[in-house]
Write a protein that binds this ligand. Structure first.
Ligand SMILES: C[S@@+](CC[C@H](N)C(=O)[O-])C[C@H]1O[C@@H](n2cnc3c(N)ncnc32)[C@H](O)[C@@H]1O
Length: 346
């Protein structure tokens, strides 16, 4: 079962970081970002440290608020957040044409919520690739509980340099993960290498849209809030991602920002003006209660020192995401389906 109690939140806070080092890890993490004088090149050069610190610090907050899947979803009227999250995952399985027996790679798999859902939905074997040790430990436990541990596994490695031979997988997908790459081309090229010829890669990318104006200070502030709040070196544009895919050798079958036609905005669960009982912990009131609970747990020594600071940058993320979504300058669901061309003999 997912760890979603207040004490689980406190005990998981910091991930693999020693509890006495959480505050200094928060300080080091913050220094990577614009609001604390950090620069893009430094974030890119130190992406492994920056991203791993981020996920060690936030994973128990994510599990507390989101459950097992750490991503947004396009949503229909009348659909619950949970239903939309699952449908968003099923959509990838459908687009990739997954069939029983296929060997699939989930790039940047979190604690494996989508992996378990897609494996059960499509009767496939899914390998979850993740560079965060704490998340892999949580994922293994959850796979065992769900009963998919015989057919699905986790590999701890960097998606910029994967420990798989070329042409290993029948399909590859990535959900809101490759945005952490210091360079999209390097990451897509590696995915291209491990995919079998003639097979497909599908993803939801975090991107700045064509409405983003780099000379607009407010737009830049929103971008920086999302970067600090979500552990990102630099948010690329949809055009840059598309270009990088083609450069890596993929044929792009189709691509679209799925946020554009979503009847319910993807950022609604975090919007201050929205209230929902079923996703209460994500709402402004829910977050306010969590903030005070974390403050109390830190005060009495149950949560490590620095815990409130984590909640603070997550709050910044929520503000940036909602504003970015409202202004349509940012999307967490730039979808593409791309194919590695068949080999000469196929
Ligand atoms: C927002 S989470 C999404 C997780 C998962 N796809 C989901 O939807 O639940 C991003 C994930 O990418 C992983 N990640 C980030 N950089 C990585 C890297 N260089 N190599 C492998 N995994 C990475 C993180 O550890 C995290 O699990």
């Amino acid at each position: 079962m997912s760890k979603t109690g207040a004490l689980d939140l406190a005990s998981g806070l910091g991930g693999k970081i020693d509890k006495t080092q959480v505050l200094s890890a928060v300080e080091k993490y913050e220094q990577y970002h614009v609001f604390h004088g950090g620069e893009e090149e430094e974030r890119k050069a130190n992406y492994t440290d920056m991203v791993n610190k981020y996920y060690d610090l936030v994973t128990s907050f994510y599990e507390f608020g989101w459950g097992e899947s750490f991503h947004f979803a396009a949503r229909w009227n009348g659909e619950s957040l949970r239903e939309s999250i699952k449908r968003h995952e099923h959509f990838l399985a459908l687009q990739l044409g997954l069939k029983p027996g296929h060997k699939v790679l989930d790039v940047g798999c979190g604690i494996g919520g989508p992996l378990r859902e897609i494996a059960r939905f499509s009767s496939t074997s899914v390998t979850g690739l993740n560079n965060n040790e704490y998340q892999i430990a949580r994922g293994k436990e959850l796979n065992r509980i769900a009963g998919v541990d015989k057919t699905c596994n986790f590999v701890k490695a960097d998606f910029m340099n994967m420990p798989f031979p070329e042409s290993s997988f029948d399909a590859v997908y990535a959900i809101e993960a490759t945005c952490h790459a210091p360079d999209a081309y390097g990451c897509y090229k590696e995915i291209y290498r491990v995919l079998k010829p003639g097979q497909c890669f599908a993803a939801y990318e975090w991107c700045m849209t064509d409405s983003f104006d780099p000379s607009n200070q407010q737009h830049q502030k929103i971008k920086a809030e999302i970067e600090i709040g979500d552990g990102l070196p630099d948010i690329r544009s949809t055009r840059q991602c598309l270009e990088a895919l083609k450069q890596a050798g993929f044929e792009v079958i189709w691509e679209k920002d799925l946020a554009v036609d979503s009847p319910v905005p993807w950022y609604l669960p975090l919007d201050k003006n929205h209230f929902s009982l079923s996703s209460f912990r994500l709402t402004a009131i829910g977050r306010f209660i969590t903030k005070n609970m974390v403050k109390a747990l830190e005060f009495v020594g149950i949560a490590p020192r620095g815990s409130q600071r984590v909640q603070d940058f997550l709050e910044k993320a929520a503000e940036g995401l909602v504003e970015g979504g409202r202004k349509e300058i940012f999307t967490p669901m730039y979808f593409f389906l791309a194919r590695k061309p068949p080999s000469e003999s196929q």
